[in-house]
Design a protein around this ligand. Structure first.
Ligand code: HEC
Length: 148
């Protein structure tokens, strides 16, 4: 009985991890696969790199005048195109986009709103593509009090 239970848990874990695990956010691994990177994959890498550098700017107190919002998240075609068109994806893309917009007017409160924006990357990934979460998590700014 117990063994059966463990088998089911292990099976679920494997299913969870294999969902999107070839999209770990590492660049350059596509050389070894036949598949072309999707438009959405390229956009996501661009987003990751942009926010990673914005994070450094915030840490150093050098906030750029223009802040990007990546409205293309709504239209970018994913590896499985139906995924990007789904209601769930579109709803979470809207929430992300709003939080990215909010960053533009919150220059005094950047760390807090930056981390709230990262929450929305994580939320969508939790639902649709858990593989890259270990990478995205690294974007969070440390020592930010969200209750202030
Ligand atoms: C609305 C849902 C959604 C939001 C919001 C979202 N992502 Fe993604 N992300 C995806 C999906 C779906 C994929 C897989 C793309 C594909 O298979 O074509 C992906 C892929 C990725 C990848 C893997 C790219 C690769 O090299 O394979 C990274 C890294 C990533 N996202 C980072 C981010 C970051 C950083 C944010 C927030 C700034 C973010 N994502 C916001 C849905 C989302």
């Amino acid at each position: 009985m117990k063994i059966q239970y463990i088998t089911i848990v292990v099976f679920c874990l494997i299913m969870l991890l294999s969902n999107c695990t070839d999209n770990k956010g590492k660049t350059g691994n596509s050389r070894f696969t036949m598949r072309e990177d999707s438009e959405m994959t390229l956009l996501m890498r661009d987003m990751y790199e942009y926010y990673d550098s914005l994070k450094v700017n915030i840490e150093e107190g050098e906030i750029p005048k223009e802040i990007r919002d990546f409205s293309e998240v709504h239209s970018a075609v994913s590896t499985e195109p139906e995924k990007g068109k789904s209601e769930l994806y579109q709803a979470m893309a809207t929430v992300y986009k709003e939080s990215a917009d909010r960053l533009k007017n919150k220059k005094n409160d950047m760390p807090k709103y930056f981390n709230l924006m990262v929450d929305n990357c994580m939320n969508c990934h939790q639902q649709m593509c858990p593989g890259p979460m270990v990478v995205i998590e690294k974007l969070y700014l440390k020592d930010v009090n969200l209750l202030e």
